[in-house]
Design a protein around this ligand. Sequence first.
Ligand code: SF4
Length: 421
Amino acid sequence: MRKAFIKTFGCQMNEADSELIASHFAQAGIETAESERDADVFVLNTCTVRQHAEDKALSLIGRLKRWKEEKKGRKIFVVGCAVERIGEKNMTKKFPFLDAVIGAKSIGKLGEEIKKTCGKTEKSEKKEHKNIVFEKRPFSQYLTIMRGCSMNCAYCVVPSVRGKAEHRPLEEIIEEARRKVASGARELVLLGQTVNSYCWTENGRKTDFTDLLKILSEIDKLKRIRFMSPHPLFFNDEFFKEFEKNKKIASHIHLPAQSGSDRILKIMKRGYTRKRYLDTLAKIKKTRQDSAVSTDFIVGFPDETKKDFEETLKLAQEGEFSLAFCFKYSARHCKESENIIPEKEKEERLNLLLETVKQASKRIFNSRIGKIEDVLLETENYGRSSANFKVRIDKHVAPGEMIKVGIEGVSKNILLGKVLK
Ligand code: SF4
């Protein structure tokens, strides 16, 4: 049987898309390969959020020419956000040996493209697409509830490469959630660029993100729901009421800050102030005392003064984040008129921020010692707590079980615990 190896760059949305890509190939009778060596098809799902990610993808494509020549009949598919930004025609012109080039907005044509490029097999005719579940993470599965983004953050390419926000029909989401749980998922990770802005109206009835959480929580055997990435602007009182009482909602929230300076937040067009961000953060921690919050920061945004950066550092200290993804602003989208921060200065700011974040994260990890965590096991001795800490347990337990674990120590970024029941 022919096999496809899928290489994914970028965020969880891309990982979820790769699961979808795998199911399209499965439908055509092409199963997933563990390595490119065994594969007849190489699928590269690209990312363009930073120049580095795009460069990595382009350099890999260059090397794939040789991979294709090593075995007759091999095909290369390149898909995703970098293709959308660069343009399908430009990509094909630059790399004429590619067999299929599909931008993020046109991913719907993948099935047709597979048929055209790889042909059909006997098996493909017998399989039903919706019965195929791609089980890379069997107990914790992604569920995309919306695509694209209608915000307009000054630094972000997502709206241009993925298009405006499109929310999936409620029934489709519920059906997919049930199917995933029936296939063994005990945790669902709801995905969307501004996932908590989800809204679906049908027959005059409106379902918002909190309603969706309530509906999905009713699925028997589903033990936990995570979501990624929410936007600080879309949390409301209804959400917090549900977050307080519904313990199926994980107590970890990723709350992207990007900057601690009001001036920079405004230039970034994030739509909130430092105070509003801090109020939301405080509300999360007050509502669920076992909660943990992670974040994103960008340093060296054009015009960011030392004082602006200090505000970000202060936020990183006050925020007590369990984890923070910190990046230097990628200068590729800068206009000539912008006051670009020199690379060396950006590097220094980034290092300072990383150190601050590391110290805060250490405190948060240590603060879990002595606590009891509900851990959903991903392997026989590793799992994740509701607040999204990786936990190693002292004995072997069947994966997929939710157990109580007493935390006794920390080793690097892992909590060490004893199984209580
Ligand atoms: S909300 Fe997120 S995805 Fe949307 S434009 Fe802003 S950073 Fe990009």
